[in-house]
Design a protein around this ligand. Structure first.
Ligand SMILES: Cc1cc2ncn([C@H]3O[C@H](COP(=O)(O)O)[C@@H](O)[C@H]3O)c2cc1C
Ligand SMILES: O=C(O)c1cccnc1
Length: 338
């Protein structure tokens, strides 16, 4: 298991990222070239198979052990009227996850993922990012480590998700801080705020950036000041997964925003991640471009919880089923290309 002892350990882990297993990728590509289909005809399914081969270190990667971790946190900035729902919904939805009644329960079961729910100090919202850093150094480290603790070596595929009323606002702030651009580019309606709510979000992001921007000199500091516990937990899980060579699916706007400050410091952090889908939330398409990730799906989803990743996991399973299960030209006695 990975644990970040202090912020310097987190910085070091982000600085020294392991690479995928090149020989497994080569072996997998050699097998792919022999399968009974025109070269390239399975399109991105072929890329996915090689991606998974590299991180799993095997010619025929598997999708038997899929795990999902959903992190939940509450946000002080929610008091600014920036969500269409009250903050109490975070805790209520955690109970719903635990009872099996949320979208992610159904979708995780459908893709065969083992789901863990990780509530993070729900009775202690983070500070309002317009007034103070969201978290102390110790709180941020705890959240990063809660994420890291959810990652198990030998997992075939991992995805992370979140629940935290108001968290599209810190997510927008993280994007603006990490990649620049105008705040409105990163601000969307989240759970469905009206125009006044949208204006309050823009105001909150502008205030937070003015207060913290000059101090956001590292990924850790950016997450600590502008993020939230569930967001830092997703970042910790992403970095830990990299060090345990576990391939990942990123979900929507918020899970992609969690990796943004890491990518700002070390763009190579995205190499073990596939982007599951392009969320309907404003800013996600721009964010995926900045991360240089091409989403697998465009389903107009905008839920979070890891829901888009659970659907995309089905695509990964299909890719690996074809790669492992198809006959070669020789085995099937089919003539190869002229
Ligand atoms: C019932 C319900 C279930 C959810 N599941 C995920 N979210 C999503 O909506 C929230 C972010 O949007 P905003 O910034 O507008 O609050 C997060 O909790 C996110 O996971 C939900 C929201 C609600 C209301
Ligand atoms: O894309 C997401 O992750 C998202 C969008 C809106 C609300 N909650 C989550």
């Amino acid at each position: 298991m990975i644990r970040f002892e202090d912020r310097a350990a987190f910085d070091r882990a982000l600085d020294r990222l392991p690479e995928p297993d090149g020989s497994a990728i080569e072996a997998s590509a050699a097998r792919q070239a022999q399968l009974t289909k025109p070269a390239g005809s399975l399109g991105r399914l072929e890329e996915i198979a090689l991606f998974m081969a590299g991180w799993q270190g095997r010619e025929r990667p598997r999708a038997d052990r899929i795990r999902a971790a959903i992190f939940a946190g509450n946000h002080g900035v929610a008091a600014r009227g920036i969500s269409a729902f009250p903050p109490a919904v975070t805790t209520q939805m955690v109970a719903n996850f635990q009872a099996g009644g949320a979208a992610i329960n159904a979708l995780a079961a459908s893709c065969g993922a083992e789901l863990s729910i990780v509530p993070l100090d729900l009775d202690r919202p983070t500070a309002d990012i317009c007034e103070a850093p969201a978290m102390s150094e110790a709180e941020c480290l705890d959240a990063l480590n809660a994420g890291a603790a959810a990652v198990t070596a030998g997992t075939d595929l991992l995805f992370v998700g979140e629940m935290g009323i108001a968290n599209t606002t810190p997510a927008a702030a993280l994007c603006a801080q990490s990649f620049g651009g105008l705040s409105p580019d990163w601000i969307g309606r989240g759970t469905g705020v009206d125009d006044n709510g949208l204006a309050r979000k823009a105001d909150a992001v502008a205030k937070a950036l003015a207060l913290h921007g000059p101090h956001c000199t590292s990924a850790f500091e950016t997450l600590r000041r502008l993020g939230g516990r569930e967001i830092a937990a997703m970042a910790g899980a992403i970095l830990a997964a990299r060090h345990l060579s576990v391939p990942m699916l990123l979900d929507g706007f918020i899970s992609s925003a969690a990796i943004a400050p890491l990518a700002r410091d070390n763009p190579a952090i995205t190499a073990h991640c596939l982007a599951a889908h392009n969320s309907a939330e404003t800013g996600h398409a721009r964010l995926l471009q900045a991360l240089r990730l091409k989403p697998l799906l465009q389903l107009d989803m905008r839920l979070g919880e890891g829901s888009g990743a659970a659907v995309a996991a089905q695509i990964v399973r299909s890719a690996l089923a074809a790669h492992a299960g198809m006959a070669t030209f020789a085995e099937a006695a089919v003539a190869g290309a002229l």
